[in-house]
Design a protein around this ligand. Structure first.
Ligand code: SAH
Length: 211
C-alpha cells in the first residue's frame, strides 16, 4: 500500500510537530514507506504516529520516536552505523539513506529474514541484516561511527560503548522493561563519554542470546 498524498502530508506533519525538524532526517523518512514494514491487521494503521505490533511479540517503533532517535544520532554521509534490534527493518531503511554503511542485527531469525526481503526489495544495497545477539555488538565490524540501540538496556552496555569510534555517538533507551525509560545520547571522546538525556520512551527489552 502506498500512502495517498494527504496521508503522507499528515504523517510528515506528525513528525514535525513532535520535534523531528532535521531536513535530512525528514527527507529520508519521506522516502521510506512504513506500510511496507507492517503486515496483516495493522497495515491500515502504518501511517499513524504510533508503535504497532510485528511478529515474534515485538513492535515497530512510533515514527516520531524513530525520527527523534535518528536526529539525535547525527549521522554523517561517510558513517558506518550499527543498529541493534532490526525488528521490522524500518529504522534500518531510514538509516540507509543517511549513512555510507548500515549493519543491523536481530535476535529473531524470522524478523531478520522478513526485514532483509523488504530492504532488498527496496534496492538498498548498503544495509546488511544479520541474525545475531546484539548485546555483544558486532566485534568483527567494529568500530562504528554511530550505534543505535532500539531495545531497552538497564545500563549503557560497556561492550557497545567499546565498539564506538572516538567522536562516535550512541543513542539508546535506558531503563527497566515495562517501565518508562529514558532515551540517552552518549558521545565518546578520546578520554570520556558524555551523556545527554533526551526524552521518555518505552521500548521492548534488550534480551541476551538468540531467540
Ligand atoms: N528498530 C525496529 C524496532 C525494534 S523493536 C524497527 O524499526 O522496526 C526491538 C527489537 O530488538 C526486537 O525485534 C527484538 O527482538 C530485538 N532485540 C532485543 N534484544 C536483542 C538482542 N540482544 N540482539 C538483537 N536484537 C534484539
Amino acid at each position: 500500500m502506498t500512502p495517498t498524498a494527504e496521508t503522507q502530508m499528515q504523517f510528515l506533519y506528525a513528525l514535525r510537530s513532535n520535534g523531528v525538524t532535521d531536513a535530512l532526517v525528514l527527507a529520508a523518512m519521506e522516502k521510506v514507506d512504513r506500510g511496507l514494514f507492517v503486515q496483516g491487521l495493522f497495515a491500515a494503521r502504518a501511517y499513524e504516529d504510533r508503535p504497532l505490533a510485528i511478529p515474534c511479540g515485538q513492535t515497530i517503533s512510533q515514527p516520531s520516536i524513530v525520527g527523534l532517535m535518528t536526529q539525535a544520532l547525527e549521522v554523517q554521509p561517510r558513517n558506518k552505523v550499527l543498529e541493534i534490534g532490526t525488528g521490522s527493518g524500518y529504522q534500518a531503511a531510514i538509516l540507509s539513506y543517511l549513512a555510507r554503511r548500515v549493519y543491523t542485527v536481530e535476535r529473531h531469525r524470522d524478523l531478520a529474514r522478513t526485514a532483509r526481503l523488504i530492504i532488498d526489495g527496496m534496492g538498498l544495497v548498503n544495509v546488511t541484516v544479520m541474525t545475531s545477539d546484539g548485546s555483544l555488538g558486532l566485534p568483527d565490524q567494529a568500530p562504528f561511527d554511530r550505534i543505535l540501540l532500539t531495545a531497552a538496556a538497564e545500563d549503557p552496555p560497556a561492550n557497545l560503548l567499546a565498539q564506538l569510534s572516538d567522536g562516535g555517538i550512541m543513542v539508546l533507551p535506558v531503563g527497566q522493561s515495562g517501565a518508562v525509560q529514558t532515551l540517552i545520547k552518549a558521545q565518546k571522546t578520546a578520554d570520556s563519554i558524555e551523556y545527554t538525556e533526551l526524552c521518555e520512551v518505552r521500548f521492548v527489552p534488550l534480551v541476551e542470546g538468540l531467540a
